[in-house]
Design a protein around this ligand. Structure first.
Ligand SMILES: Nc1ncnc2c1ncn2[C@@H]1O[C@H](COP(=O)(O)OP(=O)(O)OP(=O)(O)O)[C@@H](O)[C@H]1O
Ligand SMILES: C[C@@](O)(CCO)CC(=O)[O-]
Ligand SMILES: [Mg+2]
Length: 373
């Protein structure tokens, strides 16, 4: 089955600072998840015994290294605990990238994205880890020149960043498609088809409301639930997946037309209807949640259409805003959603992917957080 999916970046960013130290330790500060840990390099070194120095095409995880790492950290195979997953992804990438000589470094990561809410926070985290570790190791360059505030890596370097980030996603997700890390790496809009990811450069910018139901969920658990359902009822689920794919294709067609001809009311009507259809699909696939039903109901009463994002099961949803949607309607919708206990804010979709920044490019608040460890 060759399915098509569309993915788009949000303008919420994850920041990472990496410092070389002489402490003989590797340290990670993850203030979003209240995790501050360090390990003696001499304690980590034995984990690399017999480790494949060559990471090959970086398609598969080094299962032996991961197994030793799980034993070392006491993190079981079925754990989905937030801190455990973040630590495992970090230590795995650190050990695999620095396999021939473990460096003494401190990393601090801070994200504007809510963690584990369906907005690809794991991918943003993994893309930052990947880029920082590969740059520190010298596998890829540090593209920022002293005159610049921000710089991007070359296409080849970004491909490598993306492949390593995918390894982190495999640890956190189980069986990820690679779409989230590709969005984090490249930014913008992407089309996923048969394992190929192609950036779309000609789509319009869409205004949305982003709602966090704050219902916790794990992408890994949800994705494996969908897989179980497909295995259990293949003849029932296959047409559903094909229909989801057709929604993606129709959506892409509509977005292309909107970019070429300028957006019209009819285009927005189509997008709204596709959003509703897709939300029903996702419910059939078992990734809905009563909190997401509430989001859809509250917004529809205001004439607005919503669907879940990410793996569903709670987490976040998006609501399409039309150009003519009145500010008063947006305000009253936000208020009503907040009254449901949700977080809600207006934003847009389509933003750059991974970049290297000078401290001058960062806000005072972000610098304060990253520099406090
Ligand atoms: N800022 C962060 N600091 C540390 N770890 C993070 C951070 N953001 C995400 N993570 C890691 O990613 C995990 C969340 O991954 P998960 O894939 O379940 O959710 P998501 O990526 O936010 O949503 P989805 O994949 O459905 O879009 C967390 O449990 C944590 O291990
Ligand atoms: C739900 C899923 O799209 C991830 C969402 O962040 C699954 C995947 O692409 O692997
Ligand atoms: Mg994720």
């Amino acid at each position: 089955m060759k399915l098509v999916a569309l993915a788009v970046s949000l303008n919420l960013r994850t920041y990472l600072r990496l410092q070389s130290t002489s402490s003989g330790e590797v340290r990670i500060n993850l203030p979003n998840i209240d995790t501050f840990l360090s390990w003696e390099i001499t304690a980590l070194q034995p984990l690399l015994a017999g480790c494949k120095a060559e990471q090959g095409a970086l398609k598969e995880l080094d299962a032996d290294l991961l197994k030793r790492l799980r034993e070392f950290t006491g993190i079981s195979d079925d754990s989905t605990d937030t801190r455990s997953m973040a630590v495992l992804a970090f230590l795995y990438m650190y050990l695999a990238v620095f396999a021939d000589s473990l460096a003494s470094i401190t990393l601090s990561v801070w994200s504007e994205l809510p963690t584990g809410a369906g907005l690809g926070s794991s991918a943003a985290y993994n893309v930052c880890l990947s880029a920082a570790l590969l740059s520190a190791k010298g596998t890829i360059s540090s593209p920022l020149t002293p005159q610049q505030e921000s710089a991007r890596w070359s296409k080849e370097e970004m491909e490598l960043i993306n492949r390593w980030a995918f390894m982190g996603e495999k640890i956190i997700h189980g069986n990820p498609s690679g779409v989230d890390n590709a969005v984090g790496t490249w930014g913008g809009f992407l089309r996923y088809h048969a394992g190929n990811i192609t950036p779309l450069s000609w789509v319009p910018i869409l205004r949305i409301l982003l709602t966090n139901t704050k219902v916790p969920r794990s992408t890994k658990v949800l994705v494996s639930g969908v897989k179980d359902k497909i295995n259990k009822f293949p003849s029932v689920m296959k047409p559903v997946l094909e229909s989801v794919s057709a929604v993606s294709c129709t959506c892409e067609q509509t977005l292309t037309e909107m970019a070429a001809q300028g957006p019209s009311a009819e285009h927005y009507d189509i997008l709204e209807e596709l959003i509703d259809i897709n939300q029903h699909h996702l419910n059939v696939m078992g990734v809905g949640h009563s909190s997401l039903d509430t989001l859809c109901r509250v917004t529809l009463a205001k004439g607005l259409h919503s669907k879940l994002t990410g793996a569903g099961g709670g987490g976040c949803g998006i609501t399409l805003l039309r150009p003519e949607t009145d500010t008063s309607v947006i305000q009253s919708t936000v208020e009503e959603l907040k009254a449901c206990g949700f977080d809600c804010w207006e934003t847009s979709i389509g933003a750059p992917g991974i970049q290297q920044h000078s401290s001058a490019a960062l806000s005072h608040d972000i610098l304060k957080i990253l520099n406090s460890y």
